[in-house]
Structures are given as C-alpha cells and as structure tokens.
Design a protein around this ligand. Structure first.
Ligand code: NDP
Ligand code: GDR
Length: 343
C-alpha cells in the first residue's frame, strides 16, 4: 500500500508497511544523521522543514549523506501548533524525534525571546500535537548537557542537578521538564536524551569544533593566517553525532521511557582540540590562534563531562568514535571542501 503526502518539493511514493518516524530539525546535523540511521533500518522518514528563501541550500546535510530523496519534508514551524497537528494527522508516525531548536548558545543572548519560543515553547507545541493526534506516539526530546551548567553532574543517588547558564540552557531545561511532565501526567512514552557535545563534518560552522577544523583547513591552504577564538580553557566532552543518534533511537525502543546521559566521559579543552587539529596538518596552533573578546560569552561553563554509564548499562550504548578520529574526519572534509572552493 502506498500514499502520497503533501510535502516540500520532494514528494514520492511511500511504503506504509514500514515503521514511520517524524523528525523536527531534520535539516540540522543530528536530523541528517538520524534520517540516515532510520532509513538504514527500514523506516519511512518524514521531517519538518521551516520555509526558507534559501531553499537551494536547505537540505544540504541530507544531500551530503545521500538521503535527501529518501525523506519526505513537510513545510512547517515548531512555533506553529496548528501546522504541527495537521502534519502529524497526515503522517501518523509511530515515533517523533523533537530535534528542532535555536541551538547556538551564543545567539541565545542576542535572541532570548526567540530561543524561548522555539527551543522551549516549541517543544510544548510538539508535545501538544502528539497529545492531540495520538498520545501513543513514542517521543524523543533533545535535551542538553548545557542544562547541567554549573551544577555538579550528579548527586549520590545519580540524580542530575541543573544550573543553566544561558537563555538557551534555560529554554532546554523548560522543554526537558515539560517532556518529563507529559510522561508523568499522560503516560507518554517520552524520553529525554541529555546529550553532551557531538560534532561531525556536518556541524554548523559557528560551533567551535567546526570553526577550528575549517580555520585549520584555510590556514593550511594559505587562505588565512589566524584563527580568532574565545574561551580556550573551556572543556567539553566531544563525541561524534553519528554515534549519538543511535542512542536516541535506542531510548525510543525501550519498553519504558526514561532519561539518559549520552557522552564519552572524557573532557578536552578548546585549546587541546585546536592543538590536535593544527598538529595533524603539521602546524603549531600557538602560531595562529588569537583570542578575541567578541567570542567570549556573558556566562560560560568551564567544564562539562558526562557519565554515560546508564546508557551503557540499559541501552548497551557507547561512543564508538574517538576524539582523534572525529577531528581527522572533520579536517579531511574541510580540507577537501576549502580546497575545491579555492580552485
Ligand atoms: P542544528 O542547529 O544543526 O539543527 C537545528 C534544527 O532545528 C535545524 O534543522 C533547524 O532548521 C531547525 N529549526 C530551528 N528553528 C526552527 C523552527 N522555528 N521550526 C522548525 N525547525 C527549526 O542542531 P543539532 O542537529 O546539532 O542538534 C539537534 C538538537 O539537539 C537541538 O535541539 C540541539 O539544541 C540539541 N543538542 C545538540 C547537541 C550537539 O552537541 N549537537 C548537544 C545537546 C543537545 P534550519 O535548517 O532551517 O535552521
Ligand atoms: P556549546 O558549543 O556552546 O557547548 O553548545 P560551542 O561549540 O558553541 O562552544 C563550546 C565551547 O567553546 C568555547 N569557545 C567558542 N565557541 C564558539 N562557538 N566560538 C568560538 O570562537 C569559541 N571559542 C571558545 C565556548 O565558549 C564554549 O565553552 C553546543 C550546541 O550544540 C548546543 O545546542 C548543545 O546543547 C551543547 O553543545 C551541548
């Protein structure tokens, strides 16, 4: 049996025999990797795509992973509840992954209200759409290590404490607790993944890891000489997005919904990340990095390192890509892209 759904440009015939998933944030880094992962498992994948005047470039991540023609994209916005309801009515997914967000921490100080509306209230819109259309839908919320912020990551019973340090983190904490609340109030099969930083060649260029690998590629190819960064002493627990989307899916497959920390368990400073990236192409980071106050945050978090033992014990999940492998993959992609653009 097949059906055709009104969608964003790439309409195609759909096999309704397979499991169907709906992803908000499908055009982002995680949305692309999750689409690829689910398609590899026989899912029919639908996604929410916000209207853009640059529709030629939106979707480039899905194209990079070779899955653009295999997903069905629906025009909509996380802030538009009636649209979300209509889309879920049409798609009738078994699983919803809420990944859409204003996800850049820096921007959340410039746009605190938008961040609250999208990253925070947007999650409630998605939960409400599920409640109205089919409360039996299994649900994943993209929670963040940024919610932990300044708090110790766990007390003696393993309960996470939170001290969010940015408007983004505050909005994520609201979305997190709303998801927990829908689980407790309505019996939703809703799980939150408290994911620590995860990167890839598809990471947005404004995030520090991608900024570094892009900068190293440009310096190596003679296109620039310096790389301006902010807080070099911040330490983060960096994994690969490809590994982390597998954890999202595993959470949704469990008999009981729950919340999980997804991390590598190892924190490395921005300075050390840059040192590895520069040295792997034969350059000395200290010769090229300049510290620029513009990239300092009004409030930063010095160190975020996660304990993935619950994910390992219950989900059987662990990070497979090492930091060195991650940096090598990102650098290779940026060297190739920057090299081509320069010809
Ligand atoms: P990205 O910034 O790469 O992707 C965000 C996605 O949300 C994009 O598809 C974007 O669309 C979409 N989006 C933004 N605003 C709206 C809106 N109003 N309506 C509909 N869609 C919208 O993020 P990542 O893929 O890195 O992260 C996925 C999720 O996980 C986010 O919620 C993020 O906050 C969270 N997270 C990420 C971590 C990480 O290290 N990557 C760690 C922990 C949590 P468009 O392409 O049009 O911009
Ligand atoms: P983060 O990622 O804020 O952790 O949020 P980002 O890469 O932006 O910053 C990581 C750390 O690096 C420091 N830093 C810089 N950051 C940027 N962007 N640019 C710089 O030049 C720079 N120099 C130093 C920052 O101060 C910070 O300490 C990401 C996002 O994906 C969120 O959506 C997600 O929730 C968290 O990871 C977990």
């Amino acid at each position: 049996m097949t059906l055709r759904i009104g969608c964003h440009g790439n309409g195609r015939r759909i096999n309704v025999a397979g499991k169907r998933a709906f992803i908000s944030g499908i055009s982002g880094q995680d949305g692309a990797y999750l689409s690829s992962f689910l398609i590899g498992r026989g899912y029919e994948v639908h996604g929410l795509l916000r209207r853009s005047a640059s529709s030629d470039v939106v979707g480039y991540r899905l194209k990079r992973l070779g899955v653009y023609d295999d997903v069905t994209l629906h025009d909509g916005n996380l802030t538009d509840l009636s649209g979300l309801i209509r889309i879920l009515e049409a798609v009738r997914p078994a699983e919803v992954y809420n990944l859409a967000a204003q996800s850049f921490v820096n921007s959340s100080w410039q746009q605190p209200i938008l961040t609250g509306l999208v990253t925070g209230l947007g999650a409630t819109n998605m939960l409400e759409a599920v409640r109205i259309v089919d409360p039996g839908i299994r649900y994943y919320q993209a929670s963040s290590s940024e919610m932990v912020g300044l708090a110790d990551d766990a007390d003696q019973t393993g309960t996470i404490r939170y001290h969010p340090r940015s408007p983004y983190a505050v909005a994520k904490l609201y979305a997190h607790w709303m998801t927990v609340n829908y689980r407790e109030s309505y019996g939703f099969h809703a799980s939150c993944g408290i994911l620590f930083n995860h990167e890839s060649p598809l990471r947005g260029i404004e995030f520090v890891t991608r900024k570094i690998t892009d900068g190293v590629a440009r310096i190596k190819l003679g296109l620039q000489d310096t790389l301006a960064l902010g807080n070099l002493d911040a330490r983060r627990d960096w994994g690969h997005a490809r590994d982390y989307v597998r954890a999202m899916w595993l959470m949704v497959q469990q008999d009981e919904p729950d919340d999980y920390v997804v991390a590598t368990g190892r924190a490395v400073s921005v300075r050390e990340f840059a040192r590895i990236a520069f040295s792997s192409v034969g350059l000395n980071a200290e010769d090229h990095i300049v510290v620029d106050e513009r990239y300092m945050r009004p409030a930063d978090v010095d160190v975020l390192v996660g304990d993935p033992s619950k994910a390992a014990r219950v989900l059987g999940w662990q990070a497979e890509t090492t930091l060195d492998e991650l940096i090598a993959e990102m650098l290779e992609a940026d060297l190739e892209r920057v090299g081509k653009a320069d010809r």
